[in-house]
Design a protein around this ligand. Structure first.
Ligand SMILES: Nc1ncnc2c1ncn2[C@@H]1O[C@H](COP(=O)(O)OP(=O)(O)O)[C@@H](O)[C@H]1O
Ligand SMILES: O=C(CO)[C@@H](O)[C@H](O)COP(=O)(O)O
Length: 496
């Protein structure tokens, strides 16, 4: 039985075709997206680009799988979290989607947090503290900055909800991705219409909020005309889908406590499954719901491969040459420290920060050291975040490493040494797409399908990617991390 998983990331859409009976990944493909970046932290994408990338990647993945597309039984969609896809009554976006990494709305977010009663008020009403990047402040910004577009809003969706809408015609949402809107109570798993009313008083919550469905419920079935166009069978089920981090957790087998999934994508994320809502006293921890029931407390940093790519491109290096420079420099990059906040930062909460290269001298200012220092800086940011997640992450036996950066052996070893925990990657290229395919099979399979059994069958680990922490390197990185923390304190006042 064949299933398809789709992951609409920041840089590309990836599609995977899986065969449940054989426990095999049959085909994978991806197509890139354009990102509109502007002054003041603007980061937007046209939802039509996601559809175009979806079509192309679906075509390529099915061709690589060498299967008859009519054999596909269900599709699951994972998407970058938080992006605001506001549709008009005809189902057209009223404005390009403002993305999770857009920091133009930092002032709106600060005002909203205050209006909700500060951090305590946010925790009380939402189960988490609003961060710049969550959907809420994008809506507040649209109201102020683009009133004509705002007036036409008929539905508020997230990127994966929008792809589900395109596939099925249904305007629905599920708890995992809805957690990141900022108008959803993550403990009670329900919309907070009163909070939406504080953000956008003119919008009728009954009308604009999509219908909430359970993680195991279908969003709908493929629209017949689209099924014909894509060469798929009529009646193909589309599962609820979810946020990319939620489906990345499923695709790495992180569906019970004990593991950590760490993503080196455009963003960096660390998350651990919890059967209980984890309302932390630390405002930086996002108490998100999982997309298979339960919760997925998470921290997210905004500058990971976006930052490393920036430095790589400044030097005109391809990925192989960048990897060589990384390996050539010693731990600590001979004293160079990078605070890679090119696009502001979410954890620590510095949405209006900019990046810094520190400690440069005539001797250490080499390509190799600068490449190494930006990768170390991005990884130290994740350690800072992991420390905030507390016991759930600290006690994990293994880190399941995903995202584009996980392809680098040097970076994998660095994660193991900086976090002091063994690391392994899944065999599939995009774990969120695999998680989406697994969720699709779980949804379509009815009562007999078990998520544990599906993960056991389909989540294969790449033994050759294993990296164990080495005591000498762990100690060396401790000193470099202390230097990074001093720089954070000195330049941004981040002490805790
Ligand atoms: N070997 C590598 N070393 C470092 N970065 C890499 C490597 N391979 C891919 N990447 C980077 O990974 C990024 C894409 O990661 P991905 O997880 O697909 O992003 P997203 O899901 O946010 O779209 C790109 O910036 C790419 O340059
Ligand atoms: O904002 C978050 C999580 O809260 C990001 O993790 C986005 O979900 C984007 O993910 P990638 O494109 O980096 O995979």
């Amino acid at each position: 039985m064949m299933y398809i998983g789709v992951d609409c990331g920041t840089q590309s859409t990836k599609v995977v075709v899986v065969d449940i009976d054989g426990g095999r990944i049959l085909g994978e493909a991806s197509r890139p997206h354009r990102l509109e970046a502007g002054e003041g932290g603007r980061r937007e994408q046209a939802p039509a680009d996601w559809i175009e990338a979806f079509r192309g990647a679906l075509h390529d993945a099915v061709a690589r799988a060498g299967i008859e597309p009519q054999a596909i039984r269900a599709i699951g969609v994972s998407g970058q979290q938080h992006g605001l896809v506001a549709l008009d009554a005809a189902g057209e976006p009223v404005h390009p989607a403002k993305l999770w990494c857009d920091t133009e709305t930092a002032d709106h977010n600060a005002a909203l947090v205050e209006r909700l009663g500060g951090e305590a008020g946010c925790l009380d009403r939402l189960g988490l503290v609003l961060q710049t990047g969550y959907t809420a402040s994008k809506l507040a910004w649209l109201r102020d900055a683009r009133p004509e577009a705002y007036r036409r809003i008929a539905t508020l969706l997230l990127p994966h909800d929008y792809l589900n809408f395109w596939l099925t015609g249904e305007r629905v949402a599920e708890a995992g991705d809805a957690s990141g809107t900022g108008y959803f109570d993550t403990r009670a798993r329900r919309w907070r219409e009163d909070v939406l009313a504080e953000i956008a008083p003119e919008l009728d919550p009954e009308r604009v909020l999509p219908r909430l469905i359970g993680s195991r419920e279908p969003a709908g079935t493929l629209r017949p005309a689209l099924a014909r166009e894509l060469g798929l069978a009529e009646g193909v089920v589309v599962s609820s889908g979810g946020g990319d981090n939620m489906l990345g957790a499923i695709g790495t087998g992180n569906i019970r406590p004990g593991l950590v999934t760490l993503s080196l994508g455009t963003s960096g994320t660390v998350c651990a499954y919890s059967p209980e809502p984890a309302v932390a006293d630390d405002a930086q921890v996002a108490n998100f719901c999982a997309s298979h029931g339960g919760w997925l407390p998470l921290i997210c940093t905004m500058n990971v491969t976006s930052a490393t790519t920036r430095v790589r491109e400044l030097f005109g290096l391809d990925l192989a040459a960048f990897g060589e420079r990384l390996a050539a420099a010693p731990i600590g990059a001979e004293g160079v420290t990078v605070l890679p906040f090119f696009n502001g930062e979410r954890v620590p909460p510095l949405p209006q920060a900019s990046g810094s290269f520190l400690g440069l001298t005539d001797v250490n200012a080499t390509q190799a050291n600068l490449c190494r220092a930006v990768v170390e800086g991005a990884t130290f940011g994740l350690r800072y975040g992991l420390e905030r997640l507390g016991g759930l992450a600290r006690d994990a036996s293994e880190i399941r490493l995903i995202g584009g950066g996980a392809k680098s052996a040097v970076w994998r070893q660095m994660v193991a040494d900086i976090l002091g925990t063994p690391v392994i990657c899944p065999a599939v290229t995009d774990a969120a797409a695999l998680g989406a395919a697994i969720q699709a099979a779980w949804c379509e399979g009815g009562a007999d399908a078990s998520l544990d059994a599906l993960c056991a069958r389909l989540v294969h680990l790449d033994e050759s990617s294993r990296a164990a922490p080495d005591a000498e390197r762990v100690a060396a990185y401790e000193a470099v991390y202390a230097r990074y923390r001093r720089a954070l304190a000195e330049h941004h006042g981040v002490m805790a």
